[in-house]
Design a protein around this ligand. Structure first.
Ligand SMILES: Nc1ncnc2c1ncn2[C@@H]1O[C@H](COP(=O)(O)OP(=O)(O)OP(=O)(O)O)[C@@H](O)[C@H]1O
Ligand SMILES: [Mg+2]
Length: 289
């Protein structure tokens, strides 16, 4: 099956024992991260609403990936408080951290698949880690299901990362991030390096999964099309802080020079025009231009 042809799936996810019902899936308050003399974040605050796709933008090196690593507990902040799905990450006891860690999935910048494992075995890694009691057959079955859910053909389950295209690797990473039926998905530059068709297919799949599985998505991206197509709101990182958060029209109403340059520069205008064209086509009764 071609990569952009997607099976009509997205069945009901297995319900989590505990499902978070609060307003904010992620709350970051007063976050400061320093590496030696370099302060990457300085008193940064951000709230991610439950059920939204929040895009995170900012110049290269502004600390987007470090922010994500802090939220998932891989980077101990110098100061600040972080809560995910109602659980404190910064003050959690190790046991509590493990519980909440099984409720999110992460696609790291660059994919980070294990090259010596097949796609299926990669998806099985978190299952083995958090649910060692699951038998081999069931675990293989879950892995095959997640591979299909990510939009890959089932045959990809037995392939090694080196046998996959860049777009397929991203989907394999997405399959692994979905392994534990997460409530929350972290995606770091998921469409970087993809051709526009593969990128747009990946975006659509992210939106579909979010809507049907009721996910919350923390999506770091430089991709203006992604921001226009699928993000409910966008947070802008600059000078160690989140300088603005809102819908794109709300951000455009601010007069911050970086935001204006970003969304109103030539690429921003092209993405906006393409979004308008797509919307106009959707409105035609036949769906054709
Ligand atoms: N473990 C670390 N030790 C020291 N410095 C680090 C570490 N991790 C990140 N940094 C520094 O923190 C800054 C922010 O890095 P980060 O990876 O979060 O940037 P980013 O916004 O994700 O950039 P990009 O868009 O290029 O991915 C950079 O200057 C980086 O060199
Ligand atoms: Mg990064």
């Amino acid at each position: 099956m071609a990569e952009n042809q997607q099976p009509d799936i997205v069945e009901e996810a297995a319900p989590n024992e505990e499902h978070y019902n609060g307003d904010y899936a992620i709350v970051v308050e007063g976050l400061t991260n320093r590496f030696g003399d370099q302060a990457v974040h300085e008193n940064l605050s951000l709230k991610v609403r439950r059920g939204e796709i929040l895009g995170i933008v900012g110049g290269s090196g502004t600390g987007k990936s470090v922010l994500m690593r802090s939220i998932i507990g891989l980077q101990i902040p110098s100061e600040g408080h972080i809560e995910v799905l109602g659980h404190s990450i910064t003050e959690a006891e190790p046991d509590e951290q493990i519980g909440v860690r099984s409720r999110w999935g992460v696609l790291f910048q660059g994919g980070a698949l294990f090259s010596t494992l097949t796609v299926g075995e990669n998806v099985e890694v978190p299952l083995r880690q958090f649910y060692p009691e699951i038998g081999d057959e069931l675990r293989h079955e879950i892995a095959r299901y997640k591979v299909r859910l990510s939009g890959l053909p089932e045959e990809a389950t037995s392939k090694y990362p080196s046998e996959l295209s860049g777009g397929m690797k991203k989907r394999a990473g997405l399959a692994r991030a979905l392994a534990l039926d997460p409530e929350l998905l972290f995606l770091d530059e998921p469409t970087a390096g993809l051709d526009p068709i593969a990128a747009s297919a990946f975006d659509r799949r992210t939106r579909e999964l979010t809507d049907t599985l009721g996910l919350t998505v923390f999506l770091i991206t430089h991709d203006l099309d992604t921001l226009y197509e699928i993000c409910d709101r966008v947070a802008v990182l600059a000078d160690g802080q989140v300088i603005a958060v809102g819908t794109i029209p709300e951000l455009l109403a601010t007069d911050h020079p970086w935001i204006q340059e970003y969304f109103n520069g030539p690429r921003g205008r092209a993405a906006k025009a393409s979004r308008k064209r797509a919307k106009a086509m959707d409105k035609q009764p036949s769906g054709k231009a």
